[in-house]
Design a protein around this ligand. Structure first.
Ligand code: ATP
Length: 245
């Protein structure tokens, strides 16, 4: 007999009951979350909550102990990092990880070297240099000589060169001045407005939830609260634990 229950469409990125351990210590346990297509979703939490581990698990950079990660209908749990990138998931790591001795242009070219984007490198360069005119001005400069804010822009621009459909950003505001932080969140919003799904991992709870559709609060490796971003911002837990109210 056919069931009348609606068939639930899997979300674009769907994580179910994910567990990751370093040795005997679980950094993530029973974490379920989803990023709908085109959405901007924040994962917030204090130092050591497991945010970076979550990104690294999706990116195929740490071993998954249990659970599944699905992207666009495919099981990508435990795929190698290069295959996760080829599947359309880009990441901007905490601490930026650009190549300091290479020029801005060379860093961008490396970002575009994936099979999925190689053929469009010229157009992609034009696109990111239009979005980040500062990087265009400095294209021949050594990346290591850029300011902290410019290096963060370069890390995002390099990620975009691979034409990701979903970008995971690990604390992009870390170490930036309030003005640059604001610009950074504007850029994240612009990318999302261009149709890129975003998973934004942040300690900057107010700013990230303010630009997000929905969010998850991670504490000690588990999700303690989730919901639409506005509701989270108004929740007692977020107000007390993260906004000092
Ligand atoms: P931060 O903002 O400080 O980066 P986070 O929320 O991103 O924090 P994680 O870096 O994912 O948290 O760390 C989660 C837990 O896993 C912490 O207790 C951390 O000490 C531990 N951890 C992270 N990386 C490793 C590792 N390579 N080996 C052992 N333990 C680790």
């Amino acid at each position: 007999m056919m069931s009348d229950a609606p068939i639930r469409e899997p979300a674009y990125l769907e994580i179910e009951k994910l567990a990751v351990a370093y040795g005997d210590a679980f950094a993530l346990d029973d974490v379920s979350l989803s990023v709908p297509r085109g959405a901007l979703v924040s994962v917030v939490g204090a130092n050591g909550a497991g945010k970076t581990t979550l990104i690294r698990a999706i990116a195929g950079m740490v071993q998954v102990h249990a659970g599944t990660i699905r992207f666009d209908g495919h099981d990508i749990t435990s795929l190698s990092p290069d295959l996760v990138c080829e599947a359309g998931i880009g990441q901007v790591a905490e601490g930026r990880q650009i190549f300091p001795s290479l020029s801005v242009r060379e860093n961008l070219r490396l970002g575009g070297a994936l099979r999925r984007s190689r053929a469009h490198q010229k157009q992609n360069l034009e696109r990111v240099e239009t979005l980040f005119p500062r990087l265009a001005e400095r294209r021949t400069q050594r990346a290591g000589s850029l300011s902290g804010g410019e290096q963060q822009m370069l890390a995002i621009a390099r990620c975009m060169m691979a034409e990701p459909e979903l970008i995971m950003l690990d604390e992009p505001s870390l170490g930036l001045s309030p003005l640059l932080t604001e610009q950074m969140f504007d850029i994240v919003r612009t990318l999302n407005g261009d149709g890129i799904s975003i998973m934004l991992v942040e300690q900057n709870v107010t700013e990230s939830l303010e630009i997000s559709d929905s969010g998850y609060v991670l504490e000690n490796g588990t999700v303690v609260l989730d919901g639409d971003a506005r509701t989270l911002l108004e929740s007692d837990l977020v107000k007390k634990a993260y906004l000092g109210m």
